[in-house]
Ligand binder design. Structure first.
Ligand code: FAD
Length: 456
């Protein structure tokens, strides 16, 4: 008995329950396939192309080069190719992890239905989460819309036992070409990815930072976080593997809570799929946002890290240079775009999607909406981050800012956050502020008042 395993956002062998199920049901071996959507790949920025390529290269190496990368233009073409493969190998069962985001759901529905017509079964098992999205519910059956009670209920249900893989998995070779996709765009840095790297990264995090995670996680200048978001987004590691290693100390508990934020957003997106690119709180659609030439110019400055606000610019340049940004800084730059530049969160979310190697539809959309004030949390719209004070607090010596902004490297300590205070602050060409924060804060509050009057 043989089967096909369709790798999706679970590019790993360990702690992969769908893969274990495939081997359990197919003692004669498993054919590994990956749906490579060529047009989607070509649209990605260089760093995301390189990330995916490296993840696939690593996985392929882990299964002796037996990963069949099926290059297609659409999910329906993939379904056709999968049917041909199953029929030529006389396989009647395909295993895969279940997706819960809108794109993944529509792809799996399409493939499932196409296979069914040919009497081929698609078994969807497990997910990228410790609790399947859609399962945590209030006693009355409703889903949670606020994080804290979700976390309490989620903690009771979270699966923290990693799943084992059969000791000698047998991968079957087929005649498909198994070319690892070659990126068409350059990457600003050499990407390292894959399951082994993710596991090593996690071990290093346990040794160096987990115990102090509660204290250090907000500091942009320290390496106080796990740097596992890329691995989680590509499924190179499962949250179970992380949760299984946590104890009860403060640092461990706060880390558990961050893992649960990812699960909360996946759950919210599952219940409200339109929020992947639309408002969770629809009334904020009516807020007055800036568009047109001036807004475009400001948006461009924000994307390039040339707003004249050091903490914002350092974050945006980190994104371009590394395809990653510190969580605190993501909030600062997002707040700046929406509340200082009055540009809709969706534009920022699209820019993040293009550049983040850890892009995740649920965390990105809801991270943005939380910061913009139109998302799940009770965080009021009038909470507006001050980019200068945030910089001084979360990068107190200015090291983060100097690392990403060469024009500020001559400024010592925290003065890098306030070049306008120094006679030589602009000596190396750092741009002046494109807007005045205090003024734009008032403008934001005035627009909120306008909205309140509009809908009351
Ligand atoms: C505007 C905005 C956009 C974001 N977009 C994404 C995205 O596309 N992909 C993504 O993975 N995360 C996103 N986040 C969440 C967060 O910034 C990253 O998960 C985190 O910075 C990843 O770094 P880390 O692995 O070192 O995190 P750690 O602090 O070590 O946390 C461990 C893991 O917990 C999860 N996590 C931590 N914080 C959050 C959070 N606030 N929301 C959801 N999950 C969290 C992540 O999976 C992370 O890898 C976004 C946050 C904001 C404010």
């Amino acid at each position: 008995m043989t089967a096909v395993f369709w790798f999706r956002r679970d590019l790993r062998l360990q702690d992969n329950e769908a893969l274990t199920a495939a081997f359990d049901s197919a003692p004669d071996g498993v054919v590994a396939v990956f749906m490579f959507n060529e047009p989607d790949y070509q649209e990605l920025e260089g760093i995301r192309q390189h990330s995916l390529t490296e993840s696939l290269r690593s996985l392929s190496g882990d299964i002796n080069g037996q990963l069949n990368i099926v290059s297609v233009k659409s999910a329906s073409e993939f379904a056709e190719r999968l049917i041909q493969l199953c029929q030529s190998c006389q396989i009647s069962k395909v295993f895969a992890m279940q997706s819960f985001d809108p794109k993944g759901v529509s792809e799996q529905k399409l493939v499932l239905e196409a296979l069914k017509v040919e009497s081929i079964e698609l078994q969807l098992i497990g997910s990228a989460y410790a609790v399947l999205p859609g399962t945590v519910s209030k006693p009355d059956g409703e889903n949670y819309r606020v994080y804290t009670p979700f976390f309490k209920a989620w903690s009771q249900l979270a699966d923290v036992v990693p799943k084992s893989l059969p000791s000698k998995p047998k991968w079957l070779a087929i005649d498909e070409t198994t070319q690892i996709p070659t990126p068409s765009k350059p990457s600003p840095l050499k990407v390292v990815a894959g399951e082994a790297f993710a596991l090593r990264t996690f071990e290093r995090f346990i040794d160096r930072a987990l115990d102090n995670y509660d204290e250090d996680r907000n500091r942009a200048d320290l390496s106080g976080t796990a740097h596992l978001s890329h691995a989680l987004a590509h499924g190179e590691i499962h949250p179970r593997t992380l949760l299984a290693r946590l104890g009860d100390s403060k640092g461990h508990e706060v880390f558990r809570k961050e893992i649960a934020w990812r699960e909360f957003y996946a759950d919210v997106l599952f219940h409200y799929p339109h929020t992947v690119d639309d408002y969770y709180e629809p009334r904020f659609k009516k807020l007055r946002y800036d568009t047109g030439a001036v807004a475009d110019k400001r948006f461009d400055a924000w994307c390039k890290g040339e707003t004249g606000y050091p903490m914002v610019d350092a974050g945006m340049r980190q994104l371009l240079a590394e395809g990653w940004m510190h969580n605190r800084v993501r909030m600062i730059v997002a707040s700046f775009l929406v509340k200082d530049l009055h540009i809709e969160w969706t534009r920022g979310a699209e820019h993040f999607e293009a550049h983040l190697s850890d892009f995740d539809p649920a965390s990105n959309s809801h991270g943005w909406q939380w910061t913009a004030g139109c998302g799940t949390d009770a965080s009021p719209y009038y909470r507006i981050f001050n980019p200068i004070l945030q910089g001084l607090k979360f990068d107190p010596e200015g090291d983060y800012v100097r690392k990403y902004i060469p024009e500020l490297r001559h400024l010592p300590g925290s003065s890098a956050h306030e070049p306008w205070e120094l006679f030589d602050g602009y000596a190396n060409g750092y741009p002046e502020q494109i807007v005045d924060h205090a003024q734009e804060r008032n403008e934001s509050l005035a627009r909120l008042e306008e909205l309140k009057n509009l809908i009351s």
